[in-house]
Design a protein around this ligand. Sequence first.
Ligand SMILES: Cc1cc2nc3c(=O)[nH]c(=O)nc-3n(C[C@H](O)[C@H](O)[C@H](O)COP(=O)(O)OP(=O)(O)OC[C@H]3O[C@@H](n4cnc5c(N)ncnc54)[C@H](O)[C@@H]3O)c2cc1C
Length: 531
Amino acid sequence: MQMVAGKVAPLPKPPVIIIGGGIGGLSCALDLASSGVEVVLIEKEGQLGGKIRQLNCSSDPLAPALIDSGPTVFTMRWVFDALFQKAGTSLESELGITKLDVLARHAWSKDERLDLFANTDQSAEAIKEFSSVAEAGRFLQFTKQCRKLYQSLEKPYMLSEKPSFGGMINDLGISGSKVLYDIGLFNTLWKSLGDYFHDPRLHQLFGRYATYCGSSPYQAPATLMLIADVEAQGVWAVQGGMYSLVKAIQKLAQDKGVQIMTGQACEEILIEQGRASGVRLADGTSIRAQAVIFNGDLAALQSGLLNPSSKQSLNTKMTPPSTAKRSLSAVTWSINAKVDGFPLLRHNVFFNQNYQAEFDDIFQKKRLPKKPTVYVCAQDQGDTYEARTNSQRLLCLVNAPAKGDQSEFSEQEIAACESETFGLLQQCGLNIDLDSAICQRTTPSLFNQLFPATGGALYGQANHGWMETFGRASAQSPIPGLYLAGGSVHPGPGVPMAALSGRMAAATLMDHLGLIKLSGRTLISGGTSML
Ligand SMILES: Cc1cc2nc3c(=O)[nH]c(=O)nc-3n(C[C@H](O)[C@H](O)[C@H](O)COP(=O)(O)OP(=O)(O)OC[C@H]3O[C@@H](n4cnc5c(N)ncnc54)[C@H](O)[C@@H]3O)c2cc1C
């Protein structure tokens, strides 16, 4: 023991350990380090980012073609403005980001294309041309309603520690509750969208927002309409791809002293006298901790993967995970190829003709959709199409059932899905030269390996039924000293939401350590004035 001027120096406090370097874990690490807390972050993969990952589709080792192969749509930048501000810098100082004028280009066939714009009036004009004057008018009503809904729910739901239905209604008051009543609170998203969109193509387009949190529009609650407002607030393109966000946060966190250990799986969360006291790594090393924050999927904890003896206490106090309620998985193709025939923008969606059948296939029949909707991110394109003779970097994605831990899809099943996927793109005019392409495919079973105990579900449990919205676990687990962060816990999935959950875990822990004093149910305030 070290002696200082005749006194016994206090033992250094063990660090806070974060398991998982997804955006939730990274945001939590940066917040804690910005407040002077010592942090060790442990990540089982060779690099940080979790679902934010890049794959190299180049045959030339000297000229990598890195393709964003996870999230590509960057929204709610205020979450990161606040995170970077707290770290003493700004998003713009650390990252090149550009607001896109076109949110996405949508296609149903060679002749049916619709762009949605950041400017609502421009979108209404496009809808008028594409569909009808009446549909454009209803779209404008819809956007107003979505705005009100978002404004009503940001504080009492999104930024609240553990929202309950009663607490939220109380916070909303009469006028806020009326907004919920007006959208049809107990309706499905699909049903409520039917009040606004009579053109089946627009109904489908806005229903797709349910998939942003891994759900079916036919089962998700109408409140998910607020995602339309999130996009309308802005979609940004990140220079160098979404992975630049990971690199920027990693650098800031390391500059503030966060110790990052990659390629190190945590095998066990140590629990002593009912309290999380440290971790044991795959190589046998144990590290003591004053608190542990878990950023993997909650299903891993609840299935006892990291401490079998804690399973019962977690599951009696939190809703146990259900394989039947898993959110969407995906099949993705990261492709470096020559492309022609369709004016790709940054974000493109190609729709099938029978939307309901796609979700029946996935959620009821648990099979790859016979006729998928296809999302294509053309990372080398921006707001306006630029013809390119050389190859382009693409991420193609179709929704899939999360059963990657039960059975691998057969080669025939994958081949059929692939042929439907690229067949639909071709019907809409997009030709990808697959023969000369360099392509990496990711299936639900690979996602399951990357994100243990999920079956490949990418968004935690599906948000099916209006009460599910209130069923997500909060940052404070039932085990003292163990905290939760990431897309499987409140406020939910998506890059900014998972980052918010990380910030909430940091705030809750700092409150418990006596470093800050939180008051009321709202943990973090909105806009750019967050903690
Ligand atoms: C294909 C795809 C497309 C998407 N598109 C979008 C989009 O356009 N926009 C958007 O906002 N969101 C999108 N999302 C969702 C978004 O990416 C996620 O919600 C978010 O990134 C999840 O972050 P997280 O904090 O939950 O951590 P995760 O990304 O889930 O990372 C968790 C980390 O924990 C690590 N880990 C787990 N267990 C252990 C252990 N025992 N020991 C050590 N480490 C461990 C894992 O290796 C992983 O790195 C998409 C996701 C995918 C996969």
